[in-house]
Ligand binder design. Sequence first.
Ligand code: ADP
Length: 595
Amino acid sequence: MENLHRSLKDQMRKFKIPSDFISKYPDFIQSINDSYESLIDDNVRLENVLEISSKELFESNQSLKKENITKSREAIQAKEHLDRVMDNVNEVIFEVDGNGNFTYLNSAWASFGQEDPIYSLGKNYMNYTDTIDHFDKEVISHIKNKDVKDFKTVFSRPTSDKKLLWWELSASLQRDENDRITGAIGSLVDVTKTKETEKQLILANEAKTNFLSTMSHEIRTPLNAVIAISNILLMDEPKESQIKNLETLKFSSKHLLHLINDILDYNKLMTGNLKLSNEPFSLQKTARSILNSFYFTAEDKNIKLQIEIGHNVPTWVKGDSLRFSQVLTNLIGNAVKFTSEGSVKMSLLSIKNNHEKLKLRIKITDTGIGIPSHKLDTIFDDFTQAQGHTSKRFGGTGLGLAICKKLLNLQDSEIHVESKLGEGTTFWFDLDFDQVSYGYLNSIKPNEGKKLDLTGMKLLVVDDNAMNLLVINQFFDKWNIEYDEAVNGEEAVNKAANANYDVILMDLQMPIKDGYQATKDIRNMGGSTSQTPIIALSATVSNDIIQKVTEAGMNDYLSKPFDPIDLYNKIEKYANHNEHNNITKNVDLLEEVNS
Ligand code: ADP
């Protein structure tokens, strides 16, 4: 058995197996030898497999390593890229953890925090709110509120060199799956420039408002004279041929006043300065007289003016009569202006009427030129006219409807329009009024058609403008009122001290001593003079005028240009307070209810 496997031979030698054993058991030896041979084969195969596997393992290890290196290089590059972007934006980008400590800040932070972001990381945001206004701080700390998700506020903070900067803070809260706040990510934008522009705009707007109110005062004063004198001339039984000219003069000056008021109101509406009043007024009389004021224009154009008042519309209501009149005047004015044949109809219908409230539907319908359908949405915009040639052909500013819309919106009402080109237009809106109490209604005494006469009264008229004095005194002559004049506050105080006036009419802006001071001096005089009713009469239209005249001690206020009837009523009202007067009450206050 020369070909025995080397290992088998070694084993036989090791265990001293005699050589004849092979010849004795040849088959047995042969099978052991075969086992040895096959074991070797298996080992070789196993080694091969192992070698291949470890090679594969090595290779995949290598490629994994390479991939990892590339990935982390990419990640580093992406982070560097992001940092570069973040550090080049002007806004501060920040991240805080659930405790409010900074975990990320970009370079822009230096402008807010006044230090390098490196020093601020880890610190709490509250370290930077000490110089913020208390209110803003509260608002900012509100961000911790559980319901807040996105948050925005603007606040100011002085820099270390005392420059006040404005910041807009936007942040959004981060939460975990249990809705617990884990931090916030947000930005801070320097809005100082915008704030400064805003401030300049406010100043410019104030300057514009002041300019407008000064100008209106200046324009109203001579206009007052024109309107009043046309009234006086009409009362003086003019010749038939003069009546039309006088009516035109009166209409044009009133129209001019209307335009000035439009511009002023628009200004007040834009600055949010317009306050509504809620006083009793005769709804039906107001509506009728507005329609009547277009009588001459309508007659000239040969168009009919019609009025429809629902059977359950009350005569008196409580509301802002001035604004109500303004909306009606604008709408009827437009209807008459844009109608050349047919009619203009105003209807007042009650759509809800109980003992406390009235909801009125007001409709103005005309048979005029109509409005193109594509313009129906824009005619309520400021300075908008439906057709390019409108202003040349019909005049106007394009402000009337914008003012109507804003005035009605202020009273929670919407204006609507329906129109067909060439056929006509209807504007309508619903307006709420308070009902007037029976007590108030009983206190009003209708005294129709009597002559205006205040014989026995003595008044002091204080005005530095000779034209105003002339105008007022002409009315006084007609009403048989005795009067003295004073051209400044000082003269007024001296005259009041030496005579017993029933009423003093007091202008406000005057040289030497103004109307406010003169009133205060009279109130401090003692005796019955200090009780004299004083009515302020001024062309000033500022919002706080009523408050100012009341504070100065005046009893009432009448704006110029005034309606003579209003002046008469006011004088009569205060004269009645003085019992020594014997005055006939004779003003047509109430019109009969038209059902
Ligand atoms: P304006 O001062 O030009 O009358 P408004 O704001 O009152 O300004 O009206 C805006 C425009 O709407 C008018 O110029 C006109 O084109 C159109 N408009 C208003 N009312 C009527 C109407 N009743 N009939 C036809 N067009 C009208």
